[in-house]
Design a protein around this ligand. Sequence first.
Ligand code: ZN
Length: 364
Amino acid sequence: MTEPSKKQKYHFGDTGSQSALKQIIQDRGAARILLVRGGASFEKSGASAWLEPSLSGLSIREFYNFSVNPNLKDLQKGLEVYRDANPDLVLGVGGGTVLDMAKLLAYFGDTGIDPDLYIQQKVSGRASTQYLVAIPTTAGTGSEATHFAVLYKDKVKYSISEEDLLPDAAIVNPLLSSNMSSYLTACTGADALVQAIESYWARGATEESRGYAKKAIKGALRWLELAVKYPSKESRTGMAEAAYWSGRAINISKTTVCHALSYSLTSFLGYPHGHAVAVLFPAVFELHQKKGVVPSVLSALFETEDIAKEVFKIFASLGLGAREILAQKSLEALLSNVNVERLNNNPVSLTKAELKNIISASLS
Ligand SMILES: [Zn+2]
């Protein structure tokens, strides 16, 4: 697996976050900015007021009001705005969808590649030089730190992976995610934790990615429950930082079987992404423990602590258990939609029967 070589600048915390953005704009000599943002959440999160001082006096074009899952039509509309604005800096401010859209606009806008031809694999990718800054307003997915984005066409999901989708800079200000509901905080935090553990044991892991995964796991174990139950500046900052390192880790290693199976729980059963991975995690972990994968890898990380019990306890206390018991017929449907690339990145090969057992054990 080739390691992304592009480096990312980052800033954590409320303090200094405005000047970090100002500095970037100044250093780039940026005058025309394309701001990709959420709808109502942009005001509510406080992002609008927070951005104002950094953007005053600049030429700003905005793109917002696109669907929750970025689709081709929205992207094409955004590309018209991009061409018209001819930005020297793209700024994505929002949740996972908004950041994905900003990444896609910067990439397809700069390269001029037709995204439709690209997903049909009729044209290949090339380097983009568009400068991109990501500012997350929902802590948890780590999208600001990855070179992946999701794009839907006619309800089919395409995972796009290009080195230049990685934002050049990420500014993580936990105060911008302080209006997140406790359920969303639990879901996104669980996602960060599972991503980091999967990253740690992934076939694609490297020494560098394991270092990031370790920071993410330690941070999430310390802050996840607190950020949900007793949200404070400190706990949100801790969790936002853990999520960022989780993104950095999977940016190199990618995820494994939990994520491979989770996408169908989301599309068929409506589980939010983080809830889906949390539901599957205990069965996945126990299977890997039986196969001897877990002790060799994770015991080095936690000397005496039983990490599995700790994680299961946290997910249960946050209400991230199964919502329904699954009928046999639906089980087959779920298994027909497994992400093969993520599955091949698993530390051990799993049979179809084992995958079936994971899902039925998780949803019973
Ligand atoms: Zn995830």
